[in-house]
Design a protein around this ligand. Structure first.
Ligand SMILES: [Zn+2]
Length: 199
C-alpha cells in the first residue's frame, strides 16, 4: 500500500504527489482563461485582455499516437486531440485550459505549425478563442454537427473540409503543415507526396 503522506524520502518520480504537481501538458497564454460555456463541450477559452494579431495563444502537448491507437481511445480523449500528420495524432496527457479551444466556422485563431495556435486578428477582451478544425483535421476521427452560430456555418464539420477552396483561401498560412502539403499537391495536380514517409 502506498502512503503518500510519509514518502518524502527518495527520488521516486512516480510518486502520487509529484504527479499532482505536474502542470497541464499544454501551454496557454496568461491572458486566457477557461470558462464554462453553454455548449456540448462545456468549456471554452476566453481572452482576459485585448490580444494583438499574431500572438501565440496555445501550444498543445501530450502523447503522439497512430490512427490505430487513437481508434481505441474513449471519445472524451479523442475530442481532446489534434491531428498532426497524415496518420499521427497528439492526445492530451494532462488536461488543462488549452484543451478547451472550441471550433468556429468564423474563428479568430489559426494554426502555426502543428501544435501552436495564434491570433489571426486582434481579439477583444471577453471574446472566446476559436479556430476552424478544418485547419487541423484531415481524417474522419472527429466529425460533428456544428452549432457555432456563424453566418457561414457549415453545419457539419468533417475531415475533408480542408479541401473546400474557399477555406483554403481564407485560412492560407494557418493550416497544419501536412494539410498545406496536401493542398499544394492538389493545386499542382500531383498525388499526395508526403515529405515525411511513415512507413
Ligand atoms: Zn459552424
Amino acid at each position: 500500500m502506498s502512503h503518500p503522506s510519509d514518502s518524502r524520502a527518495g527520488t521516486d518520480v512516480g510518486d502520487d504527489r509529484s504527479r499532482e504537481a505536474e502542470p497541464p501538458s499544454s501551454y496557454h497564454a496568461p491572458v486566457l482563461e477557461a470558462r464554462v460555456v453553454a455548449s456540448d463541450t462545456g468549456r471554452g477559452l476566453f481572452a482576459l485582455q485585448p490580444i494583438d494579431e499574431g500572438t501565440l495563444l496555445v501550444a498543445w502537448g501530450g502523447v503522439v499516437v497512430d490512427e490505430n491507437t487513437l481508434s481505441h481511445l474513449p471519445g472524451s480523449r479523442k475530442r481532446l486531440s489534434i491531428q498532426i500528420e497524415d496518420e499521427l495524432y497528439l492526445v492530451v496527457s494532462r488536461e488543462g485550459p488549452a484543451d478547451y479551444v472550441n471550433h468556429s466556422c468564423e474563428p479568430n485563431a489559426g494554426l502555426s505549425g502543428q501544435i501552436n495556435l495564434v491570433a489571426m486578428r486582434s481579439i477583444r477582451r471577453g471574446e472566446e478563442i476559436t479556430y476552424d478544425y478544418a485547419m487541423g483535421d484531415g481524417s474522419s476521427y472527429d466529425e460533428f454537427d456544428c452549432g457555432c452560430g456563424a453566418r457561414s456555418c457549415r453545419k457539419r464539420i468533417t475531415g475533408r473540409d480542408w479541401e473546400i477552396a474557399e477555406l483554403q483561401r481564407r485560412y492560407r498560412g494557418y493550416f497544419s503543415p501536412y494539410l498545406e502539403r496536401r493542398i499544394r499537391a492538389k493545386r499542382l495536380g500531383l498525388p499526395s507526396s508526403p515529405e515525411i514517409r511513415l512507413t
